[in-house]
Each structure stands twice: as structure tokens, then as C-alpha cells.
Design a binder for this molecule. Structure first.
Ligand SMILES: Nc1nc2c(ncn2[C@@H]2O[C@H](COP(=O)(O)OP(=O)(O)OP(=O)(O)O)[C@@H](O)[C@H]2O)c(=O)[nH]1
Ligand SMILES: [Mg+2]
Length: 461
């Protein structure tokens, strides 16, 4: 590991009361010392603060406070200095330029955190949690990020991994004694452990739906024929005139995405172009985009004009868009224009034709009728995904994929035992499962994965 000295602005780039520049590496103290003649920094204790002037040669750049953290008791585990200056972006720039003149270099995105990981202070899932904590925008996302930062996922996984590792050792021992046909590893106990691991993996994998809802919000695609009232509904939900509404079919041509918070959870509402066959090239692109949005949505809110005589087109449309994991809400709209006795008839028509489970709501976006019911319905979707308090929630796509691969690998081990496949193969499958479990905490990793994770960090983190 290269311990050259890196520096970067740790605070947001803009005017503030204070700005902080971080310096870390073998020569952090000598590099800063060149610009801080007031005190002998090398002689100072760790976790001390020092007042003085930051100089570029003879020129005073700013009055600063230095915080010193000596290895290994720093974020990166290296010698580190934090320079707090008056929060002008220009001063920040001058200080960085001077530090580089003094022998430091600009840090790459996420390089401080990468060092903390490589030097063993945090594991990979904790490093990722730091990015999540910084990005958290509400209570729910803050809570799961903090629990991950404290090692939530790693703890759960590493216990299982240690148990499994014991078995691998025993099985490999069997391989060493292959000629003698002995079984060191109790297959029943191994199967029990595998079942335990499977249950755990399942529950972690399942928690991802909730985790994803917390982290990225729940995607709600608002779909229907032209003029069904989709844009009017979007506006009513947001309580603002966000999308253009008109009685001309085909008003919305692009997709419009807005965030709505309901009971502390974020929903990404997506208004789309009305679905129909169209000769208009631009509208046709909009229709294609609308369908794509449904593919990635969690909830499909399908709008059908309550005044429609024949719903067969709507029904066909819904059928073509449905998937098992999609929540469907059918809204009969513009109910201010029909008599209430019609509501049940409309619901019956849909119930007869659509086998997939759905909620049926009658609304008037213009008169704001039952919009709250729709909001409750959206919110209940997230509520039912919720995992028990204190349970670990997976929010990270990479973890989700590693867990799925682990589960698959565990299945394979189980198969190997059931079909009494060779010990070699069993050992191989076990190793495979271990490797995938190890990917989460970064016990097993490669440069490409690391590059991918840390390049998404901001510089200075
Ligand atoms: N009476 C009544 N009219 C409505 C209601 N919702 C929408 N409308 C009217 O229906 C027409 C179409 O509304 P839009 O919201 O533009 O419909 P859309 O589904 O977005 O249409 P496209 O963007 O063309 O696909 C407008 O004239 C709205 O005022 C409703 O609840 N009641
Ligand atoms: Mg519209």
C-alpha cells in the first residue's frame, strides 16, 4: 500500500463559516509543517488542536486550526492533519495548492476511505455505509446506514462464515485422507448449518426490497390511456401544477418524475405518455419510455376513465404490463362525472378479467376525492415490506447480488450432500459459498470491485 501523502477538501465546496482540508499519509506532518512555522508539529501529541497561521512561503494565507491524529488512531490509520480555515472556497484552493507544493498530492475520490479499508480499520460494507450515511436524506435511510456503519451486515455474515469455514477445514482434511475413506465432517451437522445459513440469507435478501425502498424510494408508474387524467393525478398528489394538463389526448410525451414523501418514505412518481398506438414519432417514443418505466417500477397505478364504455383496451394494457413482483393499483378516475352506482360495476369488470391481485380505488383528481386513499395504499406497500426493528436491512445492490450468489452456492452444497457427490466437489462448492459471503465484507475482493465502489465517493471522503 502506497502511503504517500494525500490532501483534499473535506467540506462542501462553497462559502461556509469554516472549511476543512484533510491531509493523510506518512509525511502528513512534515508537509503541513512547511506552511505552519508557529509550532513544531512532529513533537505534538495525537488528538491535539493547534492555532496558528497557514503560510505559503512568506505570505499568510489564513488563520487556521490544525487537528492532529497520529497513526494508527486516525480515520485512515495513517498520520493525519485536518486544517480548519475560514470557509472561503478561494482560501481552500490556496491551501491545497500550497500543500501540493509542499509535497502532498490531491486525493482521488474515496481515497481516504479506501485507505481506512485497506489498512483494516473498516470493512468494505462499512466503507459503503459511509457513503450511504453522507447520502441519507431521511430518518429511515439514516438509520439503516448507521446500523451498517456499525458493522450490522458484517456481523451477521461473518458468524455464519466462520461456522462454514470450520466445515471446509474438516472436508479438506477428508481430502487429505482420501484413501482411508473417513468422514471428519458430520454431514447432518453440516446440513443443519447450511439450512440455518439459507434461512438467514433468505431474510437478508428479502429485506432488500425494503432497503431499496428506503434508499432509492419506491418507483410508482402512473399509466393509462391518453386523457385518463394521469398528469392531473400527479399534480393532485404533489399539490402543485407540475405537469401540463389538457383535454388533448397525447399531452404528456415524455416521462415526468417527482419525489413525494408519504409518512417518511420517498416515492418516485412517474407520469408517462398515455398508452396508445400512435403515428406521431415523438409520442411513440414517449409510449415506449412509459412501458420501460413500468419494467423498473415497484407499483403500477393504472388509471382508467370511469366514463369509459368498454374497458377491454385497459384490461389488455394491464395484462401486458403485469409482473409477479409488481403491485397493481387500479384507479377509476373522473368519478365526479359518473354516478356512484357505476363504481361497483367497473370494479367487477376488472376483477373478472385480471387474475393478479390488485387494489381498486375510485378517484377524482380534479375534485381531490379519495386521493388520500391512494396515498395510504402507496404507503402500505412500504409498510408491509418493513422488516422487524433491529433486523439488518440490505440496501446495497452489490450486497444483494453477493447474497443471491451465496444462496445459490449454498443450494449447490446441499445438492452435493443429498446426491453424495464426491468430497472434492463438495469442498469446491463450499469454497464457492464462502467466497461469495466474503465479498460483502471485502474479505474476498478485487481491484475492479474496489475501483467501482470508491470512484463513486466524493473527493475528500
Ligand atoms: N372531471 C374530471 N376531469 C378530469 C379529471 N382528471 C383529469 N381530468 C381532465 O381530463 C383531461 C385530461 O387530463 P390529463 O391529466 O392531461 O390526462 P393524461 O392522462 O395526463 O393525458 P395524456 O398526457 O394526454 O396521456 C383534462 O381536461 C383534465 O382536466 C377528474 O378527476 N375529473
Ligand atoms: Mg399527461
Amino acid at each position: 500500500m502506497n502511503n504517500d501523502t494525500i490532501c483534499a477538501l473535506a467540506t462542501a465546496n462553497g462559502v461556509g463559516a469554516l472549511g476543512i482540508i484533510r491531509v493523510s499519509g506518512n509525511d502528513a506532518l512534515p508537509v503541513v509543517q512547511k506552511s505552519f512555522p508557529g509550532k513544531n508539529l512532529v513533537k505534538q501529541k495525537s488528538h491535539t488542536i493547534h492555532y496558528g497561521y497557514f503560510m505559503d512561503g512568506e505570505e499568510t494565507i489564513d488563520e487556521v486550526m490544525l487537528s492532529i491524529f497520529l497513526a494508527p488512531k486516525s480515520f485512515t490509520t495513517e498520520n493525519s492533519v485536518e486544517i480548519a480555515f475560514h470557509g472561503s472556497p478561494h482560501i481552500g484552493k490556496r491551501i491545497l495548492e500550497t500543500l501540493i507544493k509542499n509535497g502532498a498530492r490531491m486525493a482521488k475520490a474515496g481515497e481516504f476511505t479506501l485507505r481506512a479499508f485497506i489498512n483494516g480499520r473498516i470493512d468494505l460494507s462499512q466503507a459503503e455505509a459511509i457513503a450511504d450515511v453522507i447520502a441519507s436524506e431521511n430518518e429511515a435511510s439514516r438509520k439503516v446506514a448507521i446500523s451498517q456503519l456499525k458493522g450490522g451486515i458484517t456481523n451477521e455474515i461473518s458468524l455464519l462464515r466462520t461456522d462454514l469455514l470450520n466445515f471446509v477445514s474438516l472436508i479438506e482434511l477428508e481430502l487429505d485422507f482420501a484413501e482411508e475413506d473417513v468422514e471428519f465432517a458430520d454431514r447432518t451437522a453440516l446440513t443443519q448449518l447450511l439450512n440455518k445459513i439459507e434461512v438467514k440469507l433468505h431474510s437478508l435478501i428479502e429485506s432488500f426490497q425494503y432497503g431499496n425502498a428506503i434508499k432509492n424510494g419506491t418507483a410508482v408508474a402512473i399509466i393509462g390511456k391518453p386523457n385518463a387524467g394521469k398528469s392531473t393525478l400527479l399534480n393532485a398528489l404533489l399539490k402543485e401544477e407540475r405537469a401540463i394538463v389538457s383535454n388533448i389526448a397525447g399531452t404528456t410525451r415524455d416521462t415526468i418524475e417527482e419525489i413525494l414523501h408519504i409518512k417518511g418514505h420517498a416515492f418516485r412518481l412517474i407520469d408517462t405518455a398515455g398508452l396508445r398506438e400512435t403515428a406521431d414519432e415523438i409520442e411513440a417514443i414517449g409510449v415506449k419510455k412509459a412501458k420501460e418505466k413500468v419494467e423498473n417500477a415497484n407499483i403500477l397505478v393504472y388509471l382508467a376513465d370511469a366514463g369509459t364504455k368498454d374497458f377491454s383496451e385497459d384490461i389488455e394494457m394491464i395484462k401486458s404490463l403485469l409482473r409477479d413482483d409488481l403491485k397493481l393499483i387500479i384507479c377509476a378516475t373522473k368519478i365526479d362525472e359518473v354516478v356512484p352506482t357505476q363504481y361497483e360495476r367497473i370494479e367487477d369488470i376488472f376483477r373478472k378479467e385480471i387474475a393478479h391481485e390488485f387494489d381498486f380505488i375510485t378517484i377524482s383528481a380534479v375534485e381531490n376525492q379519495n386521493i388520500q386513499d391512494l396515498k395510504n395504499e402507496l404507503s402500505s406497500y412500504v409498510e408491509q415490506l418493513k422488516v422487524a426493528e433491529n433486523n439488518v436491512v440490505i440496501t446495497n445492490q452489490r450486497h444483494f447480488e453477493a447474497l443471491q450468489k451465496s444462496l445459490h452456492a449454498v443450494h449447490k452444497v446441499n445438492e452435493a450432500i443429498t446426491f453424495q457427490i464426491s468430497t472434492e466437489l463438495l469442498a469446491y462448492e463450499l469454497r464457492n459459498a464462502l467466497e461469495h459471503l466474503g465479498e460483502i465484507s471485502g474479505e474476498v475482493t478485487n481491484d475492479e470491485v474496489l475501483g467501482n465502489i470508491f470512484s463513486k465517493f466524493c473527493i475528500g471522503k
